[in-house]
Ligand binder design. Structure first.
Ligand SMILES: [Zn+2]
Length: 274
C-alpha cells in the first residue's frame, strides 16, 4: 500500500501508555469475563474471536513497528473520513467521524471492558473504535492474513459499524435482538457484520481510485475477509462448525459482500437486510 506521506487523522486517542490500562492477565477474573460478554453484545467486533487462546503478546511489537502501524492506522482512518465525509455531504449531511482509541491489552469503554483478545471492535455508545496494534501480528500468526491492506480492511470494517450507528441501523438491530431467540439474534448480527464488510468494500473502492493499492493488496484483503469467516474460525478453534452460532457470516459471505461494496463503490448496494 502506498500510504506513507498521506494525511493522518487527528481523531485518535492514544491510551497505550496510560496507567491502569493493564491490570495483570490472571487477576482479571470472572467479573471482567462477564463484562466482556456484555461488551461483546452491545459493541461490534470484527470477528468471533472472543476467548480464542494463544494470541501473541503485544510486547512483541517493537517500537519501530508500533510507530509504523500507528501511522498506517491514522492514514487509513483519515482516508475513511474522506470517503464517508463525501458520502454524507452528497446527502446534505455532515459526517461526524469516529474516534480511534489505540490501547494495549485492555481498556475501559462505554460498552464494558475492551480486551485485545476479541480483536478490534466498535462501541456505538461512545462512537469509538478500539484497536490494539498487536492485532497486526495476530492476523499474520493466527489468521494467515497479513499485510497493510488487510489491516486497513479491519479498520474500514469497524468504521463501517460507525456508519451503521450514524444511519440508525445499529441501534435498531440491537433493539430488535432483545426480543429474539439467540439463533434469530445471531442471524441479525451476521447481517450487520456483512454490511460492515460491504462498507469496507466501498472504502476500498475509493482507495483504489486514488492509487492507494499496489499489486496484490486487494487479494490480501480478500484473504483477510475469508480468514475471519465464522466457519473458518470455528474449524480452526474447535475443529467443527455450528452454523446457528454464526455471528459474522461465512468466509464466502464475507468475501462476497466486501466485493459487492468494492466493485460498486455504492453504499446503497450494501443492504444485507433486504
Ligand atoms: Zn464487525
Amino acid at each position: 500500500m502506498r500510504w506513507q506521506g498521506r494525511r493522518e487523522s487527528t481523531n485518535v486517542e492514544d491510551r497505550r501508555n496510560s496507567r491502569g490500562s493493564f491490570r495483570g492477565g490472571k487477576q482479571i477474573g470472572v467479573l471482567s469475563f462477564i463484562i466482556l460478554l456484555v461488551g461483546a453484545y452491545y459493541g461490534v467486533d470484527l470477528s468471533g474471536l472472543v476467548g480464542t487462546p494463544d494470541f501473541s503478546d503485544p510486547i512483541s511489537l517493537n517500537t519501530q513497528e508500533q510507530q509504523r502501524l500507528d501511522s498506517l492506522s491514522r492514514v487509513v482512518l483519515a482516508d475513511t473520513e474522506n470517503v464517508w465525509g463525501n458520502y454524507f455531504a452528497q446527502h446534505n449531511q455532515s459526517y461526524h467521524p469516529p474516534i480511534m482509541v489505540l490501547y494495549n491489552r485492555e481498556t475501559h469503554t462505554a460498552c464494558g471492558m475492551g480486551q485485545a483478545a476479541i480483536g478490534p471492535f466498535y462501541c456505538p455508545n461512545d462512537y469509538r473504535l478500539y484497536l490494539d496494534l498487536s492485532f497486526y501480528n495476530d492476523m499474520r500468526n493466527q489468521l494467515d492474513a497479513e499485510g497493510d491492506s488487510a489491516f486497513a480492511y479491519v479498520i474500514a470494517h469497524e468504521v463501517g459499524h460507525h456508519i451503521q450507528n450514524l444511519l440508525g441501523i445499529l441501534p435498531k438491530v440491537h433493539q430488535a435482538q432483545r426480543n429474539l431467540s439467540p439463533i434469530q439474534a445471531n442471524q441479525l448480527s451476521v447481517k450487520l457484520e456483512l454490511q460492515a464488510d460491504c462498507f469496507a468494500g466501498v472504502w476500498a473502492s475509493q482507495a483504489s481510485k486514488i492509487g492507494l493499492f499496489e499489486t496484490g493488496d486487494i487479494e490480501k484483503i480478500f484473504r483477510a475477509a475469508q480468514a475471519v469467516g465464522d466457519d473458518r474460525l470455528q474449524k480452526r478453534t474447535q475443529g467443527y462448525i455450528v452454523p446457528d452460532s454464526f455471528t459474522h457470516g461465512t468466509s464466502a459471505q464475507r468475501l462476497a459482500w466486501f466485493k459487492r461494496g468494492f466493485q460498486s463503490g455504492q453504499p446503497r448496494q450494501c443492504d444485507t437486510f433486504d
